[in-house]
Design a protein around this ligand. Structure first.
Ligand SMILES: Cc1ncc(COP(=O)(O)O)c(C=O)c1O
Length: 371
């Protein structure tokens, strides 16, 4: 373990509060079990074995991944993996089939010829069975089949194919990003769409073992979605400006910030920090900048270059000077974490680095066991 303090570390760097990570995880697990749901967190948010272990120790049931690298890394801490990404292309299929045999590997897909056929063929040849969840589009307009009939038709093909097992359905309500209190109509529509699919599946004798959904903006309303068995909510482990705006998290639930240093105070009313788009990402939020200063939320990151973040001080009575350390809350935590080489983590009075083993796309050069 490397020990390092936030005053000495080089900036910019993602800074995580592990106490808050643990309390966020505990709260999500408590909510899920209260409603008879499982939490299968999406690890795209943190890409880290240390954070995944905290989630599993808190009671998460399995993990969700998007990339082959994430699957390879996370297979070392769970034998219950869901790849929530279409298995299209030889690389994705080969790496999925190369996961340890003890791993119950499941994957979401929405096309019979392009995804299901090649996957089932390769799985048969490898003597392995891969679980399949048929993806339904409930409003985001990304991947997933649009209606109950199409979902059930593909589910029937999965059930007939060798090399794959029909395990259930998957959806992602990523279009619901308004304030939590204004979500009712949208959540109702998702629930109705799921209900139609579940009824048709039942009529065809295709009972889904898993109905996988969930996001962070809809986290605390997951139980209103009919038939749901698990939630994949991911960014709620750290939270970000979006989570605060939506109302699903409060300031005390923010577990991730970007630690930065003021590098210029030359112009009155402005300070420049060393966290630019290569630390915060350029994901905008309603024309209101690229994040805010944790200790002075009235101060926004008004503009970004790659290595510069410009803080407009406006009417704030805060007057930062060159060399000051500041913590920035990014708009979207997942993309910011993905820009870091590693994170600085605070655990009580101690600090250490947390590695991001699942970052990148290539195969994981797994460290050799010592001794
Ligand atoms: C397929 C899928 N599932 C789950 C999630 C988790 O969403 P969130 O970070 O809002 O919790 C995402 C996020 O992009 C996703 O794409």
């Amino acid at each position: 373990m490397t020990r390092v303090g936030p005053a000495a570390v080089e900036t910019p760097i993602g800074y995580v509060d592990l106490g808050r990570v643990r309390s966020n995880a505990a709260r999500i697990v408590a909510y899920a079990s209260e409603h008879g749901l499982r939490w299968r967190p999406h690890v795209k948010t943190h890409k880290s074995l240390a954070i995944a272990r905290i989630q599993l120790e808190a009671g998460a049931r399995g993990l969700t991944v998007a990339t082959a690298r994430e699957a390879e890394v996370m297979a070392t801490v769970t034998d219950d993996l869901l790849v929530a990404y279409p298995p299209v292309g030889r690389g994705r299929i080969e790496r999925l089939l190369a996961l340890p045999a003890a791993v119950d590997a499941k994957v979401a897909l929405d096309t019979p010829e392009e995804a299901l056929g090649p996957l089932a063929g390769a799985a048969r040849a490898a003597g392995r069975t891969i679980g399949v969840l048929v993806e339904q589009d409930v409003g985001l307009g990304r991947v997933g089949l649009g209606g109950a009939e199409e979902v059930v038709a593909l589910a029937a093909r999965v059930a007939e194919a060798e090399g794959v097992d029909f395990r259930g359905i998957l959806f992602y309500p990523g279009h619901i990003r308004m304030r939590e209190t204004g979500q009712s109509r949208h959540v109702g529509r998702v629930s109705a769409a799921l209900g139609a699919t579940l009824e048709l599946l039942a009529r065809e004798g295709l009972e889904p073992e898993i109905v996988s959904g969930g996001s962070t903006p809809t986290l605390w309303r997951s139980h209103e979605m009919r038939g749901l068995t698990e939630i994949r909510s991911g960014s709620c482990i750290f939270n970000d400006r979006e989570a605060l705006d939506v109302g699903v998290a409060g300031a005390d639930d923010l577990a991730y910030t970007v630690l930065a240093t003021v590098v210029s105070d030359a112009v009155p009313g402005r300070a420049v920090v060393d966290a630019g788009s290569k630390a915060l990402s350029k994901e905008a939020r309603g024309g209101e900048g690229f994040g805010f200063v944790l200790e002075h939320p009235e101060v926004r990151v008004a503009s970004l270059s790659e290595e510069h973040g410009v803080l407009e001080l406006g009417s704030s009575d805060w007057a930062p000077t060159v060399g000051d350390r500041v913590r920035i809350v990014p708009n979207h935590v997942c993309v910011s974490v993905n820009l870091q080489d590693r994170l600085l983590a605070r655990d009580g009075d101690e600090h250490r680095y947390v590695e991001l083993e699942a970052r990148g796309r290539g195969p994981w050069p797994r460290p050799r066991a010592e001794g």
